[in-house]
Design a protein around this ligand. Structure first.
Ligand SMILES: [Zn+2]
Length: 218
């Protein structure tokens, strides 16, 4: 890591995606934070054109800064979709400065938007890990969870409704059956159901009104 003079308003530190640049002092909105620098590559030079790394900062069609050098502290600044700084590019001076677009407070990570090309090539395939995108993902996940729960509750309710409907139907059928069987039971004179035909006929046979003993006495 490059040594940073203590009167600079930033330090290199651990960030969510590796290393990052953090404010150590209050950085006022609009103020220049650090220059993005490195060897200037000329696209007309074949050797230069062959150089490829993640820290190339294209200024014009012809000129690109190779920011991969260790001394370029600005290369530690991570991308953010809702950043607190921006890259201030001067095509005339072939110079890039990172400038605060919000007041940045001590402890806050310094970020700028790397631009659409970088985003498409390097960040989109792995998913942007910036705070704004992480928040968006979290919100989406929470919404998905809530939706799942809602659907589950709905299905549960439907199931319960179905069950109670079936129960009611069964209850109704039962009471109908009882209503149909009750008169027969009374006709036989006993509440107990008979098992065979003979048993049934027997029970339906007219009872003898008097016992033989009583009849002879009369
Ligand atoms: Zn993002």
């Amino acid at each position: 890591m490059p040594a940073i003079s203590p009167n600079k308003p930033y330090r290199i530190g651990r960030s969510r995606t590796g290393l990052g640049l953090f404010a150590t002092k209050k950085i006022k909105k609009g103020s220049k934070i650090v220059r993005y620098f490195g060897p200037m590559l000329d696209s007309k030079n074949k050797k230069h054109d062959a150089i490829d790394n993640k820290y190339l900062f294209e200024i014009t069609n012809r000129w690109t800064i190779d920011g991969s050098v260790r001394k370029n502290t600005a290369r530690y600044i991570n991308h953010a979709c809702k950043p607190n700084a921006e890259s201030d590019v001067s095509k005339k001076k072939l110079r890039v400065d990172i400038r605060a677009i919000k007041t940045i407070h001590p402890g806050e990570e310094i970020n700028y938007d790397y631009g659409t090309d970088y985003f498409k090539e390097f960040l989109k395939p792995i998913g942007c890990k910036c705070v704004a995108c992480e928040k968006k993902r979290k919100k989406k996940r929470a919404e998905e969870r809530a939706n799942k729960l809602r659907l589950k509750a709905k299905a549960e309710k439907k199931k319960l409704k179905k069950i109670s409907k079936a129960k009611r139907k069964l209850e109704k059928a039962k009471s109908k059956k009882i209503a149909m069987t009750t008169p027969h039971a009374h006709a036989r004179g006993s509440g107990k159901p008979t098992k065979t035909k003979s048993a049934r006929t027997k029970s339906l046979r007219p009872r003898q009104s008097k016992s033989p003993a009583l009849a002879s006495q009369a």
